[in-house]
Design a protein around this ligand. Structure first.
Ligand SMILES: NC(=O)c1ccc[n+]([C@@H]2O[C@H](COP(=O)([O-])OP(=O)(O)OC[C@H]3O[C@@H](n4cnc5c(N)ncnc54)[C@H](OP(=O)(O)O)[C@@H]3O)[C@@H](O)[C@H]2O)c1
Length: 324
């Protein structure tokens, strides 16, 4: 494993972070049981992962808490999130403290490392920073958590308005950002600010259904070509990203996805969610490989650098079981 420093938090974290949400929810969202979810966390720990991201709404805090009992508490970085949903966009100060206390109970731990407001839409950012953050910072000072973080609601904030503001406000030590080969605009809109202000960054959306479900990429490119956003030749190609896979390049499209985001300047930790022991291993292998060849990286910029918001599917839109 490779380790880095999570912005100004000074925490040493693995560059690969296990996401406990998304479609898989450690496999609980795809038919797996608690024993398998715990085994996934243990396998990640054995491979050197020390950062785990969960949320009140994922329903995985308790299982993560059980799984990490076998690790010394100061050897793992637990990130969880307050239920601040894009659908309601608001939370009360009392409600947010109750949620924090509940997360501590679910995780069965004395403190959380990074406590994040979950999916804050731009329209409610003022509410988050003016009314909720001061209350949470008082709880931090009591020792309930170490650092305050914020996550954007990527499918509903395509220009990263929330994080553009949050990165500069000095309140949030950590930010979670959507960035992928098909949604590259954080490069100009977020990373320069998080780097300048030393905000730690957690990456999400590197691989969603567009890259993991057969046929989804081709269907998306056909729609984009019909809309004039990509060339017709890409849409006509059965293996449109096949050019990335070659000796000296990526071993698969998913391998390319993770390597693409991992080496982006300004990215500290790449989160990936999985319920599969095989995917866990191959994803970590990908994240430890060198960058994609320059020519491939450049071509991804030429082909897709202008796209915004492609492939940002949220679990609740296409699968009722997992939570956003
Ligand atoms: N706003 C927010 O706060 C927010 C939003 C989104 C995500 N997150 C966090 O970020 C984490 C990561 O999210 P994400 O968007 O990167 O992805 P994700 O939602 O965790 O989903 C990754 C998907 O790709 C599949 N997959 C993983 N590795 C694969 C491989 N090697 N080959 C084929 N399929 C593979 C997984 O299925 P398998 O189980 O089959 O591997 C899963 O369906 C989440 O778990 C969550 O902790 C936060």
């Amino acid at each position: 494993m490779h380790y880095t420093t999570l912005g100004r938090t000074e925490m040493r974290v693995s560059v690969a972070g296990l996401g406990c949400g998304g479609f898989s929810r450690l496999g609980l969202g795809t038919g797996g049981d608690e024993a398998r979810a715990i085994a996934i966390v243990h396998q990640a720990v054995e491979l050197g992962v020390n950062l785990f991201d969960t949320a009140a709404s994922y329903g995985t805090e308790a299982v993560l808490g059980k799984a990490i009992k076998s690790s010394p508490r100061d050897q793992v970085v637990i990130c969880t999130k307050a239920p601040f949903s894009w659908s309601t966009g608001r939370a009360t100060p009392d409600g947010i403290v109750a949620a924090l206390d509940n997360s501590l109970r679910q995780l069965d731990t004395d403190y959380i490392d990074v406590y994040q407001l979950h999916g804050v839409p731009p329209a409610n950012y003022a509410h988050a920073v003016e009314e909720l953050a001061p209350v949470l910072l008082r709880e931090r000072d009591k020792g309930k958590f170490r650092c305050l973080g914020i996550t954007e609601t990527a499918p509903h904030d395509l220009q990263h308005e929330t994080l553009q503001q949050a990165a500069q406000d000095g309140v949030w030590d950590v930010a979670m950002i959507g960035f992928s080969m098909m949604h590259q605009n954080a490069r100009e809109r977020v990373f320069p600010l998080t780097r300048e202000h030393k905000v730690g960054t957690l990456l999400m959306f590197a691989v969603r259904n567009i890259f993991s479900q057969p046929g989804r990429l081709q269907a998306t490119l056909r729609e984009l070509a019909a809309d004039g956003q990509v060339g017709a030749e890409l849409a006509a190609n059965d293996d449109p990203l096949g050019f990335l896979v070659h000796p000296g390049g990526a071993t698969s499209v998913v391998d390319a996805c993770y390597r693409y985001v991992r080496h982006e300047p300004g990215v500290d930790v790449v989160l990936f969610g999985t319920g599969s022991a095989t995917h866990l291993k191959t994803n970590i292998d990908s994240l430890l490989k060198p960058p994609l060849p320059d020519a491939d990286h450049r071509k991804l910029g030429e082909l897709f650098g202008h796209l915004v918001g492609v492939g940002l599917d949220a679990p609740h839109l296409s699968n009722p079981r997992p939570r956003p």
